[in-house]
Structure formats: C-alpha cells, structure tokens
Write a protein that binds this ligand. Structure first.
Ligand code: ZN
Length: 154
C-alpha cells in the first residue's frame, strides 16, 4: 500500500473508515444515482443522493469496491456532506479536489471537510489522488445531474 509513510494518526483514521465505512448502503429513494470507476486502480463507487425540497442532502449512501483510500474517502465524504445544501456540498468537493492537488484553501474550508481533510496527506502519493477524489467527483456529478433534470438539459 505504501501507506506506512503516512502519519500514524492519519493512517489510523483512514483505516478505521475503510474497515467500518459510514453510509455504505444503497438508498431506496435516491433522487440521483451515479456510478464512477477509477480504471487505474479498479475502484468502483455507486453513489446515491437524496435531496430534499430545499436542495439539502437529506440522505446519502454508497456501494462498490475499491482500495482502502477510495473506500475511506467515500465514507469521509458522506459524513461531511450529510445535511449540507447542494451549493455547500459542491463547494466542499471543489475544496477537496484543490486540496489534494496542493492548492491553498482557507482553514475554515478545510475544517468543513471534517475527517476528509486528512486526505491532504495523499498528495505524497500522486498515484492515489484519483482514488481519494473518486467519491467527490461522483458527488459533483450526482448533484449536477440533479440540476440537469430540473432544467431539462442533457
Ligand atoms: Zn484506489
């Protein structure tokens, strides 16, 4: 895995999420569903999002398989965005993808990511950045698709 290079506290949190992923289940009443694959690693994520009438994430769940980083990141992502508005969630996805590419962000933005902020350490492993961002890309697409449906655009 090469994860031994990570700070041991970070490693523990990452392994805890991958061993006991949060919100790892399909939703029966999702308003948007998306499947994304990371072919370089073999990670697959199926993401179900349920937006309420005020465009807040009322529920979110994922299924699929993949490496420790992809599973752990999906678990952290679902924790962080639960209850957030679509706009906030999209902002968080942008913060996350900027963060793993090494771009600076205000501390308040990083705090909002909760455990997912730990994955900034994944920058040390360029090959794993896609594993970490897969679930956030799925979130973005699921939320944007929601918009498409409303505006009837393709
Ligand atoms: Zn992976």
């Amino acid at each position: 895995m090469g994860l031994s290079k990570l700070n041991s506290l970070y490693r523990e949190v990452i392994l805890d999420h991958s061993d006991h992923p949060h919100h790892k289940h399909a939703l029966a009443d999702s308003t948007s569903t998306i499947t994304l694959k990371n072919p370089t690693c073999g990670d697959v994520i199926n993401l179900d999002v349920k937006l309420d009438a005020t465009d807040h994430i009322a529920d979110i769940g994922f299924t699929g398989d993949g490496c420790t980083i992809s599973q752990s990141s999906a678990s952290m992502m679902t924790d962080a965005v639960m209850g957030k508005s679509k706009e906030e969630a999209l902002h968080m996805a942008k913060t996350f993808s900027d963060m793993v590419m090494g771009k600076e962000h205000p501390q308040a933005d990083l705090d909002q990511l909760e455990d997912a902020a730990i994955l900034s350490s994944i920058m040390q492993f360029p090959a794993r950045i896609k594993c970490a961002t897969l679930s956030w890309w799925a979130l973005q697409r699921a939320l944007m698709r929601e918009e498409d449906q409303v505006t009837k655009e393709d």
